[in-house]
Design a protein around this ligand. Structure first.
Ligand code: ACO
Length: 426
């Protein structure tokens, strides 16, 4: 590819260009400052590529999402979440032997250290499960000494332990918030079944995992498993670039995910749909509020930095929501409200002109709700799904051996140098 030419103060400099495997192009500006003394400014990083990555491909204009070359639609239909974890972290789908070994490790390491259970006692019942999740994941660093090592085997063990234990931490967060006893993982259940067992088993009687729940959860976790350089994954790369402990690094990603503009949107969507229901389903009022620049209200679950088309994950989830409610013979009015809201918004010029479509969070909460998962756990569910993506990106960065500490620059706009004035004279 030809170099790009940039004219800075009438001096032309040449910058190398990159082409990705799907023909995406980028300009390499690593020499820009040394050659010109200029930096680039890109608030929100909408035009900035922070790395080269071979994990996930998105074409936001066409609504395409692929993990390691496999389409999200095909993975959602045919794969298990455990296979997708393996695919994201190791780069290939596992064969039977690899799958069995990986599943066995995930089952073996699913228990938390008994001392970790005591940390839950310190949280009030009202604590948000995301607060508990991020604290407990950081605490994992104290129980996993190998998570401070950059040896291949140690990194591998740490990632396995993260995948195996974070679902236990998540389920215990829910049990804590309900004042229920913790239920331990079982070695005879797969990843998804184990999570449902730890969430919903009753200590007094046997719990049979509902296959409709297991299938729906498998699907949702796969659809959330990675999304290239989104806010939480970029946070993981940012924190990890300082060679911070893996669990502390993942916890930083969890914190970034919590916000309502990112993973917290799934909780915000259900709260919004509930409000609309209580307000006699006045869709126009809420669509108008979302358009009003003087209002803070947004249509949660709508819009995306990268997709300027229907989010392919939302398409799959919308169909699954229908199927799950049918199979469970549930009639949740929020599904119809979501559909009507979508239809009103998609006909509106404001949404059409800005290419705003439902995103992954718009319909997912309806399925979680049908499974009996409370609203404040929805973002924890997102974190469980996104964990293999965070690990894959962390590992790709660390294993490349070429990564530098992530440290953007700025243009300073504050005061020029001034003299200190003693407090009495101010
Ligand atoms: N409701 C109303 N207007 C919106 C919405 C929305 N949900 N989303 C974007 N817009 C508007 C913006 O105000 C902007 O309008 P303008 O051109 O008149 O200024 C225009 O559409 C372009 O949007 P940006 O703000 O440039 O979009 P950005 O890429 O910065 O933000 C985001 C993306 C955060 C997802 C945004 O669409 C949003 O806030 N959506 C609602 C929250 C949400 O659902 N988040 C989950 C995203 S998916 C995920 O993280 C898992």
């Amino acid at each position: 590819m030809k170099n790009a030419k940039l004219n800075v103060n009438d001096e032309i400099i040449e910058l190398p260009t990159f082409k990705g495997s799907e023909d995406e192009v980028g300009i390499d500006i690593t020499s820009l400052r040394s050659k010109t003394n200029h930096i680039t400014i890109d608030p929100g990083y909408a035009n900035t590529g922070s790395c080269l990555s071979s994990i996930t491909f998105i074409d936001g204009e066409k609504g395409i999402l692929r993990y390691r070359g496999y389409s999200i639609e095909e993975l959602a239909e045919k794969a298990t979440f455990t296979e997708v974890c393996y695919l994201l972290v190791y780069g290939e789908l596992p064969n039977i032997k690899e799958r069995d070994k990986f599943s066995k490790s995930l089952r073996k390491h699913a228990n938390l250290h008994e001392d970790m259970k005591r940390f839950y006692d310190g949280f009030p019942l009202s604590a948000h499960p995301m607060a508990i999740l991020s604290s407990m994941v950081t605490a994992m660093s104290a129980f996993t000494p190998e998570s401070n090592s950059w040896e291949d085997d140690d990194m591998d063990h740490s990632m396995i332990k993260a995948l195996a234990k974070v679902k236990t931490i998540a389920a215990f967060s829910y049990r804590k918030s309900q004042g229920l006893p913790f239920i331990y993982p079982r070695t005879d259940l797969n990843y998804v079944e184990n999570f449902l067992h730890m969430m919903f088993s009753d200590s007094q009687e046997d719990y049979h995992v509902n296959p409709v729940f297991a299938e729906a959860l498998n699907l949702l976790l796969i659809l959330h498993a990675d999304h290239e350089q989104n806010c939480s994954t970029s946070t993981v790369r940012m924190a990890g670039s300082s060679q911070a402990n893996l669990f502390a690094t993942i916890s930083a990603g969890i914190a970034a995910l919590w916000g309502p503009l990112h993973g917290g949107a799934n909780q915000a969507v259900i709260e919004m749909l509930d409000t609309i229901k209580k307000d006699n389903c006045d869709y126009k009022k809420y669509v108008n509020m979302a358009k009003d620049k003087n209002s803070d209200f947004k249509l949660y679950g709508f819009g995306h930095r990268v997709y300027k088309n229907y989010d392919p994950r939302a398409k799959v989830i919308a169909k699954a929501a229908d199927r799950v409610l049918n199979e469970l013979k549930l009639d949740d009015p929020l599904l119809e409200i979501a559909r009507n809201l979508e239809s009103v918004a998609l006909k509106d010029d404001y949404f059409k002109e800005r290419n705003l479509y439902p995103n992954v969070d718009f319909y997912s909460g309806i399925i979680y709700k049908a499974m009996g998962i409370p609203t404040n756990m929805f973002t924890v569910m997102f974190a469980l799904g996104r964990l293999p993506g965070w690990l894959a990106h962390w590992h790709e960065m660390v294993a490349s051996g070429t990564s530098r500490i992530n440290r953007p620059r700025q243009i300073y706009t504050g005061s020029k140098i001034r003299n200190f004035i003693p407090v009495e004279q101010r």
